[in-house]
Design a binder for this molecule. Structure first.
Ligand code: 13P
Length: 250
């Protein structure tokens, strides 16, 4: 089954509103959007300006995080309703920086995934092991736990629209990407977990990205793997030139 590759730019805590808007206008000029879905993940402050700039184009916008309640006394949080209001279609959930720097638990990731889907948004669920977990041979076990807990209570229809991003923590921001065959093996494992949990139709539909030091140089080989359906790009997504080359590799 042909899955449309999805390339997402996770800007993390980078870019002012003018910088985000000019990147958006430049990337719209630079790409023809055939053959790949492209998503920008600006910081919260730039969501609305970027969705305005991308309005009427195929370019999609994602938030980097969300809270699960619709509204209320949750100082500093942003609800899925607000993200819809700001024009987002996707939301990153469970990014390793949220898990490891801000104490995000698997239970909270599950609440967030459900809240995102309840509001008609699409989740990009991030999973991945630390270096210590990998060295201890625990990659599959960690990824399986994160995936199972994140998908708890999700029906077949909800799971089918999911994007999973496999991002080994040791590869993020380190310049040390996973070898294409290693990333392929984990992405294949994730797809088989989904096949066992749901069915083959869902498993063949779910897009599974790889993230972690993706660059224009390594994107081609990574994206050529049969179970790597896209990339979640950090550092190399901050410049139009390098991000454009990664999209073109897809
Ligand atoms: P880098 O591409 O900078 O390694 O970041 C990856 C990432 O965390 C994307 O979400």
């Amino acid at each position: 089954m042909a899955r449309v590759p999805i390339i997402a730019a996770n800007w993390k805590m980078h870019k002012t509103i003018p910088e985000a808007v000019s990147f958006t206008l430049e990337i719209l000029q630079a790409l023809n959007f055939s053959g790949a879905e492209v998503v920008l993940c600006p910081p919260f402050t730039a969501l609305w300006p970027v969705t305005r700039a991308a309005s009427g184009t195929p370019l999609q916008v994602a938030a980097q995080d969300v809270y699960w309640a619709d509204q209320g006394a949750f100082t500093g949080e942003v609800s899925p309703l607000m993200l819809r209001d700001a024009g987002c279609t996707y939301v990153l959930v469970g990014h390793s920086e949220r898990r490891h720097l801000f104490g995000e638990t698997d239970e909270n990731v599950n609440r967030k995934v459900k809240a995102v889907l309840r509001h008609g948004l699409k989740a990009i669920l991030c999973v991945g092991e630390t270096l210590a977990e990998r060295d201890a041979g625990g990659t599959n076990r960690v990824v399986e736990r994160q995936l199972n807990l994140a998908l708890k209570g999700l029906g077949m229809g909800e799971a089918a629209g999911l994007i999973v991003a496999y991002e080994p923590v040791w590869a993020i921001g380190t310049g040390r990407n996973a070898a294409p065959e290693d990333a392929q093996a984990v992405n294949f494992f994730i797809r088989e977990l989904i096949r066992n949990r749901y069915n083959s139709e869902v498993a063949d539909q779910v897009r599974i990205q790889y993230g972690g030091s993706v660059t224009p140089e390594n994107a081609g080989l990574l994206l050529a793997q049969p179970d790597i359906d896209g990339a979640l790009v950090g550092g190399a997504s901050l410049k139009v030139d390098s991000f454009k080359l990664i999209v073109q590799a897809a």
